[in-house]
Design a protein around this ligand. Sequence first.
Ligand code: C2E
Ligand code: CA
Ligand code: CA
Length: 533
Amino acid sequence: MTRRMTEQELLACFDEAVRDGHIFVTYQPKINHATGRMIGAEALMRWTNPEFGMQYPSDFIPVLEKNDLIYRADLAVFESVCRFLRYCLDNHIDPVPISVNMSRYDIYRKKYVEAIEELRRKYDVPVKYLHIEVTETSAIGGMELMSSVLKQLHENGYIVEMDDFGSGYSSLNVLKDLAVDVIKLDMRFLSGNIGGRGGTIISAIVQMAKWLGTPIIAEGVETMDQADYMKSIGCKYIQGYLYSKPVVQDEFLKKMQKLEHEPMKPAMDLITAMDAGKFWDPTSMETLIFNHFVGGAVIFTYQNGKAEILRVNKKYIREIGMNMIEQEILNTDPLLGLDEKNLKIYCDTLERAIASDDEEVCETWRTICSKICGEDKICVRSYIRLIGRTDNQYLFYAMVQNITAEKNRFNQLYESERRFRFASEQANVYAWEVDLATKRMRPCFRCMRDLNIPPVVENYPEPVIENGIFPPDYADMYREWIKKLENGEVDHLEGVIPLTVGRVPFYVRYSLERDENGKPLKAYASATLVVDS
Ligand code: C2E
Ligand code: CA
Ligand code: CA
């Protein structure tokens, strides 16, 4: 009869279960979702009773913990994993690292790490094949105790994985204080609305883990959507039913031989003086500064000509985003919108920043593509600084300004000046333009040369009335013209006006330019000599 065993029944047959192998191990692969390769596996305890059938960890582990027996079961699992790894090595099968769970009650046992070391040596398994999973809740017994156990594990060469991260006990703060090598983020604690708050928390954790240089594994991944989402925010390591349920040793051995293996990516070494931990704490001053005071800012990695954005602040989205949402920005290769010439400018600047260890500046045009707005070209000024590096990967911090409007104004000015110069040299004509909002007038080259008008005339038309270019008896009429243009009452104006003290008759013509809402922008004017025929 298969049924859940009572506490008494479990305790009564525990010795026998350990001795006769009723407690055994199943293996669940950890996969790089980007490459499909296996990066490791987790050893999960199972118990089949000859009479009552399969018992589940959620039922029997609390019983063992309560009765101070869990360490014996955990050591049985550890030994079984060592035996499996020994078998692989003896048979020239390349194994992946296997993670073994350590109960929080094992933390209290002074000799626990010694005990696993003894087993490991007995089977002569290199420590690189064994990872230890500890849970956040282990820290409940005190950070000092936890830290000393982690230190002991590290001294013996074990990679330590933080299990059930995000289960809510203390999360972000624990991470900064505990030296763990890998983070396991359980999707089931954060599931539900990936697009909403759950998603925000997940992506914040993933980005923080990246910043700390800690590889992160998403656990409990059941659907392709979840896996793709995790990959899209930069967490490509996946463990869950999507790839495989925990399977018995023989079946796992087949899977392991079928799939290619790869190691988990090493951590990034930070060379910055900035406190990375504080930087990701949503309540810290650093985050406040990042979001509110520094302008648009982005943190990205750079490796062999490829860049990947890790974090952007709110102002970055406003400056560069062109209506993109943060997710779109994080998914976009920041070098993608640069053409060959601009890419070279940008990459040269990165190289300079690497060499100088100082802030370097560049201006580049890029094409921005958003789902909402389509394509647009923008010009960005970037102040770039190197803040971290590994052997071949660099971490940069860049402050950005969208200077497209500034650039366009300059180009327009340059263009209109060129037009004026051209016009005045070709024809017997004086030309100028009046910015109606600012009452600022810009004359053509000929006006400047022949009539001694400065390049910019403020408070137009008063100065040209004052200096007598427009004679006093035409002053009010001329002011009226400008007012009509300012008010948008007319689109064209023309008439003969005798100019200068010499009262030379000129044919003066105005045409009005309006913005898309019909609001008057600029008036373009020309004056041609009236020739009697
Ligand atoms: P855990 O360490 O977080 O292990 C992951 C659990 O999630 C496993 O449950 C695994 O079968 C399950 N899982 C994996 N992928 C999925 C998925 O896609 N969907 C769902 N719904 N579940 C998934 P399991 O094997 O029942 O173990 C439960 C817990 O019991 C473990 O949680 C761990 O805390 C504990 N445990 C298991 N083996 C050991 C062990 O050898 N020693 C100790 N101390 N605890 C163990
Ligand atoms: Ca685990
Ligand atoms: Ca877990």
